[in-house]
Design a binder for this molecule. Structure first.
Ligand code: PLP
Ligand code: TYF
Length: 393
Protein backbone atom coordinates (compact mmCIF):
# COMPACT_ATOMS: atom_id res chain seq x y z
CA UNK A 1 0.00 0.00 0.00
CA UNK A 2 2.83 2.44 0.64
CA UNK A 3 4.26 2.44 -2.91
CA UNK A 4 1.90 5.29 -3.65
CA UNK A 5 2.57 7.23 -0.47
CA UNK A 6 3.48 10.78 -1.56
CA UNK A 7 6.84 12.05 -0.37
CA UNK A 8 6.08 14.34 2.56
CA UNK A 9 7.23 17.96 2.38
CA UNK A 10 9.88 18.48 5.06
CA UNK A 11 9.54 21.16 7.72
CA UNK A 12 12.32 23.55 6.61
CA UNK A 13 13.01 24.66 10.19
CA UNK A 14 13.48 21.09 11.41
CA UNK A 15 15.66 20.30 8.36
CA UNK A 16 17.81 23.34 9.16
CA UNK A 17 18.14 22.18 12.81
CA UNK A 18 19.49 18.86 11.52
CA UNK A 19 21.86 20.50 9.01
CA UNK A 20 23.26 22.67 11.82
CA UNK A 21 23.74 19.67 14.10
CA UNK A 22 25.56 17.83 11.29
CA UNK A 23 27.94 20.75 10.54
CA UNK A 24 31.36 19.87 12.08
CA UNK A 25 32.70 23.48 12.04
CA UNK A 26 33.62 24.85 15.47
CA UNK A 27 32.51 28.45 15.00
CA UNK A 28 29.07 27.69 13.49
CA UNK A 29 26.25 30.01 14.57
CA UNK A 30 22.62 28.87 14.88
CA UNK A 31 20.04 31.55 14.08
CA UNK A 32 17.53 28.93 12.87
CA UNK A 33 14.86 27.31 15.02
CA UNK A 34 12.99 29.70 17.30
CA UNK A 35 14.13 28.74 20.77
CA UNK A 36 15.51 31.16 23.34
CA UNK A 37 19.23 30.87 24.05
CA UNK A 38 21.27 32.47 26.81
CA UNK A 39 24.66 34.15 26.29
CA UNK A 40 26.31 30.69 26.40
CA UNK A 41 23.95 29.33 23.74
CA UNK A 42 21.97 27.17 26.18
CA UNK A 43 18.20 26.81 26.50
CA UNK A 44 18.05 26.07 30.23
CA UNK A 45 15.06 24.86 32.25
CA UNK A 46 13.78 27.94 34.12
CA UNK A 47 14.33 27.97 37.90
CA UNK A 48 10.62 28.63 38.44
CA UNK A 49 9.83 25.55 36.33
CA UNK A 50 12.29 23.39 38.30
CA UNK A 51 10.72 24.52 41.59
CA UNK A 52 7.17 23.94 40.32
CA UNK A 53 8.14 20.50 39.01
CA UNK A 54 9.55 19.52 42.41
CA UNK A 55 6.32 20.64 44.02
CA UNK A 56 4.22 18.65 41.53
CA UNK A 57 6.28 15.50 42.03
CA UNK A 58 5.85 15.78 45.80
CA UNK A 59 2.14 16.56 45.88
CA UNK A 60 0.57 14.87 42.87
CA UNK A 61 -1.51 11.89 43.95
CA UNK A 62 -2.74 10.53 40.65
CA UNK A 63 -1.99 10.61 36.97
CA UNK A 64 -5.34 9.14 36.04
CA UNK A 65 -7.25 10.70 33.16
CA UNK A 66 -8.65 14.17 33.65
CA UNK A 67 -11.21 15.92 31.46
CA UNK A 68 -10.92 16.12 27.66
CA UNK A 69 -10.35 19.85 28.13
CA UNK A 70 -7.42 19.16 30.46
CA UNK A 71 -6.82 20.73 33.87
CA UNK A 72 -9.23 23.55 34.70
CA UNK A 73 -6.64 25.28 36.93
CA UNK A 74 -4.31 25.61 33.92
CA UNK A 75 -7.12 26.96 31.73
CA UNK A 76 -8.12 29.49 34.40
CA UNK A 77 -4.63 30.93 34.93
CA UNK A 78 -4.05 31.09 31.19
CA UNK A 79 -7.35 32.88 30.64
CA UNK A 80 -6.17 35.56 33.08
CA UNK A 81 -2.66 35.73 31.60
CA UNK A 82 -4.03 36.14 28.07
CA UNK A 83 -7.20 38.16 28.55
CA UNK A 84 -6.42 39.99 31.80
CA UNK A 85 -10.11 40.26 32.65
CA UNK A 86 -10.93 42.08 29.39
CA UNK A 87 -14.04 39.87 29.06
CA UNK A 88 -16.05 37.91 31.65
CA UNK A 89 -15.22 34.21 31.98
CA UNK A 90 -18.81 33.48 30.97
CA UNK A 91 -17.68 34.33 27.41
CA UNK A 92 -14.58 32.11 27.35
CA UNK A 93 -14.37 28.44 26.29
CA UNK A 94 -10.95 26.79 26.28
CA UNK A 95 -9.21 23.42 26.11
CA UNK A 96 -5.62 22.37 26.67
CA UNK A 97 -3.69 21.15 23.62
CA UNK A 98 -0.25 19.61 23.01
CA UNK A 99 1.55 22.93 22.33
CA UNK A 100 0.49 25.94 20.32
CA UNK A 101 0.80 23.96 17.10
CA UNK A 102 -2.15 21.72 17.92
CA UNK A 103 -4.03 24.71 19.28
CA UNK A 104 -3.78 26.24 15.79
CA UNK A 105 -4.92 22.97 14.25
CA UNK A 106 -7.85 22.56 16.69
CA UNK A 107 -9.03 26.11 16.02
CA UNK A 108 -8.89 25.40 12.27
CA UNK A 109 -10.97 22.25 12.82
CA UNK A 110 -13.44 24.29 14.87
CA UNK A 111 -13.74 26.81 12.02
CA UNK A 112 -14.32 23.99 9.56
CA UNK A 113 -17.05 22.44 11.72
CA UNK A 114 -18.83 25.78 11.99
CA UNK A 115 -18.21 27.25 8.56
CA UNK A 116 -16.34 25.08 6.03
CA UNK A 117 -16.48 27.78 3.37
CA UNK A 118 -14.69 30.35 5.55
CA UNK A 119 -11.48 31.80 4.11
CA UNK A 120 -8.60 32.13 6.56
CA UNK A 121 -6.56 35.26 5.81
CA UNK A 122 -2.88 34.96 6.71
CA UNK A 123 -0.16 37.60 6.70
CA UNK A 124 1.96 37.30 3.53
CA UNK A 125 4.92 36.45 5.72
CA UNK A 126 3.96 34.05 8.49
CA UNK A 127 5.10 31.06 10.53
CA UNK A 128 5.86 28.31 7.97
CA UNK A 129 3.48 25.92 9.78
CA UNK A 130 0.39 28.10 9.45
CA UNK A 131 -0.46 27.30 5.83
CA UNK A 132 0.02 23.51 6.17
CA UNK A 133 -2.11 23.42 9.35
CA UNK A 134 -4.93 25.44 7.75
CA UNK A 135 -4.78 23.37 4.56
CA UNK A 136 -4.81 20.10 6.54
CA UNK A 137 -8.11 21.20 8.09
CA UNK A 138 -9.47 21.68 4.57
CA UNK A 139 -9.85 25.45 4.78
CA UNK A 140 -9.22 28.01 2.06
CA UNK A 141 -6.58 30.71 2.55
CA UNK A 142 -5.79 34.20 1.27
CA UNK A 143 -2.67 36.26 2.04
CA UNK A 144 -2.78 39.86 3.22
CA UNK A 145 0.17 42.23 2.88
CA UNK A 146 2.05 42.74 6.13
CA UNK A 147 5.73 43.70 5.98
CA UNK A 148 6.90 46.92 4.32
CA UNK A 149 10.34 45.80 3.16
CA UNK A 150 11.58 49.37 2.67
CA UNK A 151 10.89 50.57 6.19
CA UNK A 152 11.04 47.21 7.99
CA UNK A 153 7.72 48.17 9.60
CA UNK A 154 4.06 47.41 9.00
CA UNK A 155 2.73 47.84 5.45
CA UNK A 156 -0.26 49.66 6.90
CA UNK A 157 -1.79 50.72 3.59
CA UNK A 158 -1.32 47.31 1.96
CA UNK A 159 -2.62 45.40 4.97
CA UNK A 160 -5.77 47.45 5.35
CA UNK A 161 -6.45 47.49 1.60
CA UNK A 162 -6.26 43.68 1.54
CA UNK A 163 -8.37 43.24 4.68
CA UNK A 164 -11.09 45.38 3.08
CA UNK A 165 -11.66 42.31 0.85
CA UNK A 166 -12.48 40.07 3.83
CA UNK A 167 -16.04 38.69 3.69
CA UNK A 168 -18.46 38.30 6.60
CA UNK A 169 -17.65 35.01 8.35
CA UNK A 170 -14.04 34.95 7.13
CA UNK A 171 -11.25 34.50 9.66
CA UNK A 172 -8.16 36.73 9.95
CA UNK A 173 -5.11 35.11 11.53
CA UNK A 174 -3.02 37.62 13.49
CA UNK A 175 0.10 37.08 15.59
CA UNK A 176 -0.63 38.30 19.13
CA UNK A 177 2.89 39.74 19.45
CA UNK A 178 6.45 39.20 18.22
CA UNK A 179 5.34 38.34 14.69
CA UNK A 180 7.11 35.27 13.35
CA UNK A 181 9.12 35.83 11.06
CA UNK A 182 9.14 39.63 10.69
CA UNK A 183 9.27 40.91 14.30
CA UNK A 184 6.79 43.60 13.16
CA UNK A 185 3.76 44.10 15.44
CA UNK A 186 0.74 46.37 15.01
CA UNK A 187 0.76 49.42 17.31
CA UNK A 188 -2.09 49.97 19.79
CA UNK A 189 -3.62 52.33 17.21
CA UNK A 190 -3.26 49.66 14.49
CA UNK A 191 -4.99 47.08 16.72
CA UNK A 192 -7.89 49.49 17.24
CA UNK A 193 -8.16 49.94 13.47
CA UNK A 194 -7.98 46.19 12.90
CA UNK A 195 -10.79 45.67 15.43
CA UNK A 196 -12.92 48.36 13.78
CA UNK A 197 -12.36 46.88 10.31
CA UNK A 198 -13.18 43.31 11.40
CA UNK A 199 -16.28 44.53 13.24
CA UNK A 200 -17.47 46.41 10.15
CA UNK A 201 -16.80 43.43 7.84
CA UNK A 202 -18.27 40.85 10.25
CA UNK A 203 -15.04 38.82 10.24
CA UNK A 204 -13.51 36.85 13.10
CA UNK A 205 -9.96 37.41 14.40
CA UNK A 206 -7.84 34.36 15.17
CA UNK A 207 -4.92 35.34 17.40
CA UNK A 208 -1.85 33.10 17.58
CA UNK A 209 0.00 33.98 20.79
CA UNK A 210 3.32 32.16 21.02
CA UNK A 211 5.65 34.79 22.55
CA UNK A 212 3.73 36.64 25.26
CA UNK A 213 6.33 38.44 27.41
CA UNK A 214 9.06 38.54 24.76
CA UNK A 215 7.97 41.86 23.20
CA UNK A 216 7.24 44.69 25.62
CA UNK A 217 5.99 42.74 28.63
CA UNK A 218 3.21 40.32 29.59
CA UNK A 219 0.33 42.81 29.61
CA UNK A 220 1.51 45.04 26.76
CA UNK A 221 2.01 41.99 24.52
CA UNK A 222 -1.60 40.92 25.09
CA UNK A 223 -2.98 44.41 24.42
CA UNK A 224 -4.14 43.65 20.88
CA UNK A 225 -5.87 40.41 21.88
CA UNK A 226 -7.58 42.10 24.84
CA UNK A 227 -8.80 44.96 22.70
CA UNK A 228 -10.22 42.58 20.09
CA UNK A 229 -11.88 40.45 22.78
CA UNK A 230 -13.53 43.41 24.47
CA UNK A 231 -14.78 44.86 21.20
CA UNK A 232 -15.83 41.91 19.02
CA UNK A 233 -18.43 39.18 19.66
CA UNK A 234 -16.15 36.33 18.58
CA UNK A 235 -12.38 35.88 18.88
CA UNK A 236 -10.36 32.69 18.41
CA UNK A 237 -7.06 32.15 20.22
CA UNK A 238 -4.23 29.63 19.96
CA UNK A 239 -1.66 30.07 22.73
CA UNK A 240 1.65 28.40 23.48
CA UNK A 241 3.68 28.16 26.71
CA UNK A 242 6.71 26.77 24.87
CA UNK A 243 8.72 29.99 24.81
CA UNK A 244 7.63 32.06 27.79
CA UNK A 245 7.85 29.11 30.20
CA UNK A 246 10.63 27.33 28.30
CA UNK A 247 8.45 24.20 28.25
CA UNK A 248 9.04 23.44 24.55
CA UNK A 249 9.14 19.64 24.58
CA UNK A 250 6.47 19.25 27.26
CA UNK A 251 3.91 20.49 24.70
CA UNK A 252 1.80 23.04 26.56
CA UNK A 253 -0.82 25.14 24.81
CA UNK A 254 -4.49 25.93 24.65
CA UNK A 255 -7.23 26.63 22.13
CA UNK A 256 -9.73 29.29 23.19
CA UNK A 257 -12.91 30.79 21.80
CA UNK A 258 -14.26 34.10 23.14
CA UNK A 259 -17.97 34.10 22.25
CA UNK A 260 -21.30 35.53 23.41
CA UNK A 261 -22.32 33.96 26.73
CA UNK A 262 -25.16 31.96 25.20
CA UNK A 263 -22.67 30.09 22.98
CA UNK A 264 -20.02 29.27 25.57
CA UNK A 265 -21.28 25.82 26.56
CA UNK A 266 -21.54 24.67 22.95
CA UNK A 267 -18.06 25.96 22.10
CA UNK A 268 -16.56 24.24 25.15
CA UNK A 269 -18.22 20.97 24.12
CA UNK A 270 -17.09 21.35 20.50
CA UNK A 271 -13.47 22.01 21.51
CA UNK A 272 -13.51 19.05 23.92
CA UNK A 273 -14.97 16.91 21.13
CA UNK A 274 -12.12 17.91 18.81
CA UNK A 275 -9.58 16.99 21.51
CA UNK A 276 -11.24 13.58 21.74
CA UNK A 277 -10.87 13.04 18.01
CA UNK A 278 -7.25 14.07 17.78
CA UNK A 279 -5.58 12.98 21.02
CA UNK A 280 -8.30 12.71 23.71
CA UNK A 281 -6.64 14.08 26.86
CA UNK A 282 -4.02 16.81 26.45
CA UNK A 283 -0.65 16.39 28.21
CA UNK A 284 -0.89 17.42 31.85
CA UNK A 285 2.57 17.88 33.33
CA UNK A 286 3.55 21.15 31.63
CA UNK A 287 0.17 22.75 32.23
CA UNK A 288 0.37 21.80 35.91
CA UNK A 289 3.79 23.46 36.09
CA UNK A 290 2.30 26.61 34.56
CA UNK A 291 -0.68 26.71 36.96
CA UNK A 292 1.64 26.04 39.93
CA UNK A 293 3.85 28.98 38.93
CA UNK A 294 1.03 31.40 38.17
CA UNK A 295 -0.89 30.43 41.30
CA UNK A 296 2.00 31.10 43.71
CA UNK A 297 3.22 34.62 44.46
CA UNK A 298 6.90 33.73 44.87
CA UNK A 299 7.13 31.36 41.91
CA UNK A 300 5.31 33.85 39.75
CA UNK A 301 7.74 36.62 40.69
CA UNK A 302 10.69 34.31 39.97
CA UNK A 303 9.22 33.36 36.58
CA UNK A 304 8.51 36.98 35.64
CA UNK A 305 12.11 37.90 36.49
CA UNK A 306 13.43 35.05 34.37
CA UNK A 307 11.13 35.99 31.49
CA UNK A 308 12.23 39.62 31.75
CA UNK A 309 15.87 38.50 31.59
CA UNK A 310 15.13 36.60 28.36
CA UNK A 311 13.19 39.51 26.89
CA UNK A 312 15.87 42.03 27.74
CA UNK A 313 18.66 39.86 26.34
CA UNK A 314 16.99 39.55 22.95
CA UNK A 315 16.25 43.31 22.91
CA UNK A 316 19.92 43.97 23.75
CA UNK A 317 21.03 41.65 20.91
CA UNK A 318 18.81 43.66 18.56
CA UNK A 319 20.51 46.93 19.55
CA UNK A 320 24.00 45.45 19.28
CA UNK A 321 23.40 43.77 15.91
CA UNK A 322 21.85 46.90 14.39
CA UNK A 323 24.82 48.98 15.58
CA UNK A 324 27.35 46.46 14.28
CA UNK A 325 25.60 46.29 10.89
CA UNK A 326 25.47 50.07 10.69
CA UNK A 327 29.21 50.22 11.39
CA UNK A 328 30.03 47.49 8.83
CA UNK A 329 27.78 48.71 6.02
CA UNK A 330 27.54 52.45 6.67
CA UNK A 331 23.79 52.07 6.01
CA UNK A 332 20.91 52.75 8.38
CA UNK A 333 18.67 50.17 6.69
CA UNK A 334 19.16 47.84 9.65
CA UNK A 335 17.82 50.30 12.22
CA UNK A 336 14.42 48.58 11.95
CA UNK A 337 15.90 45.58 13.80
CA UNK A 338 15.70 47.68 16.98
CA UNK A 339 12.04 48.60 16.54
CA UNK A 340 11.02 45.02 15.68
CA UNK A 341 10.22 42.72 18.59
CA UNK A 342 10.62 39.18 19.82
CA UNK A 343 13.11 36.64 18.63
CA UNK A 344 12.86 37.06 14.88
CA UNK A 345 13.73 39.52 12.17
CA UNK A 346 13.53 38.97 8.45
CA UNK A 347 16.94 40.21 7.29
CA UNK A 348 16.98 41.76 3.79
CA UNK A 349 18.97 38.90 2.25
CA UNK A 350 18.41 36.90 -0.93
CA UNK A 351 18.33 33.08 -0.77
CA UNK A 352 21.77 33.11 -2.43
CA UNK A 353 23.17 35.39 0.28
CA UNK A 354 21.64 33.16 2.97
CA UNK A 355 23.25 30.12 1.30
CA UNK A 356 26.65 31.89 1.24
CA UNK A 357 26.37 32.78 4.94
CA UNK A 358 25.85 29.12 5.67
CA UNK A 359 28.50 27.71 3.27
CA UNK A 360 31.25 30.30 3.80
CA UNK A 361 30.62 31.45 7.38
CA UNK A 362 28.73 28.62 9.11
CA UNK A 363 25.85 30.99 9.92
CA UNK A 364 22.46 29.26 9.78
CA UNK A 365 19.16 31.08 9.21
CA UNK A 366 15.99 30.27 7.25
CA UNK A 367 16.13 30.65 3.46
CA UNK A 368 13.97 33.79 3.50
CA UNK A 369 16.45 35.56 5.81
CA UNK A 370 14.60 34.86 9.07
CA UNK A 371 17.11 35.02 11.91
CA UNK A 372 16.52 34.04 15.54
CA UNK A 373 18.32 36.89 17.26
CA UNK A 374 18.30 35.02 20.59
CA UNK A 375 20.98 32.83 18.97
CA UNK A 376 23.48 35.73 19.03
CA UNK A 377 25.93 36.69 21.77
CA UNK A 378 28.61 39.33 22.31
CA UNK A 379 31.11 37.19 20.47
CA UNK A 380 29.00 36.25 17.45
CA UNK A 381 27.38 39.66 16.83
CA UNK A 382 30.47 41.27 15.21
CA UNK A 383 31.21 38.00 13.37
CA UNK A 384 27.67 37.93 11.92
CA UNK A 385 27.67 41.63 11.07
CA UNK A 386 30.94 41.28 9.13
CA UNK A 387 29.71 38.18 7.31
CA UNK A 388 26.38 39.78 6.40
CA UNK A 389 28.14 42.92 5.13
CA UNK A 390 30.47 40.74 3.08
CA UNK A 391 27.75 38.73 1.31
CA UNK A 392 25.78 41.94 0.65
CA UNK A 393 28.70 43.65 -1.13
N1 PLP B 1 2.68 29.88 16.49
C1 PLP B 1 3.80 30.53 16.21
C2 PLP B 1 3.72 31.83 15.48
C3 PLP B 1 5.05 30.00 16.58
O1 PLP B 1 6.16 30.67 16.29
C4 PLP B 1 5.08 28.76 17.27
C5 PLP B 1 6.37 28.18 17.62
O2 PLP B 1 6.84 28.38 18.67
C6 PLP B 1 3.86 28.13 17.58
C7 PLP B 1 2.68 28.71 17.15
C8 PLP B 1 3.69 26.86 18.34
O3 PLP B 1 4.70 26.39 19.09
P1 PLP B 1 4.55 25.08 19.99
O4 PLP B 1 3.71 24.10 19.24
O5 PLP B 1 5.94 24.59 20.17
O6 PLP B 1 3.92 25.49 21.26
O1 TYF C 1 9.32 29.07 14.14
C1 TYF C 1 10.03 28.46 14.94
O2 TYF C 1 11.23 28.27 14.75
C2 TYF C 1 9.41 27.96 16.23
C3 TYF C 1 9.64 26.50 16.55
O3 TYF C 1 7.32 22.63 13.19
C4 TYF C 1 9.00 25.50 15.65
O4 TYF C 1 8.06 28.29 16.20
C5 TYF C 1 9.54 25.21 14.40
C6 TYF C 1 8.96 24.26 13.59
C7 TYF C 1 7.87 23.55 14.02
C8 TYF C 1 7.32 23.83 15.26
C9 TYF C 1 7.88 24.80 16.07
Amino acid sequence: MFETLPKPKLDGIIALMQAFADDPRMGKIDLGVGVYRDEAGRTPVLEAVKAAERRCVETQESKSYLALAGDQAFLDVMETLLLGGAVPSARVAAVGTPGGTSAVRQICELIRSARPEAVVWISAQTWPNHAPLIAAAGLKMQPYRYLDRDSGGLDHLGMFADLEQVAAGDVVLLHGCCHNPTGVDPSAQDWAEIAALLERRGAVPFVDMAYQGFGEGLDADAGGLRHLSARLPEVLVAASCSKNFGLYRERVGLAMAVVPEALKANLAAALAGLNRQFFAFPPDHGGRVVSTILGDTDLRRLWQDELETMRARVAQNRQALAQALQAETGSDRFDCITTQRGMFSLLPLSPEQVARLRAEHGIYMLGDGRANLAGLNDFSIPVCAQAIAQVMR
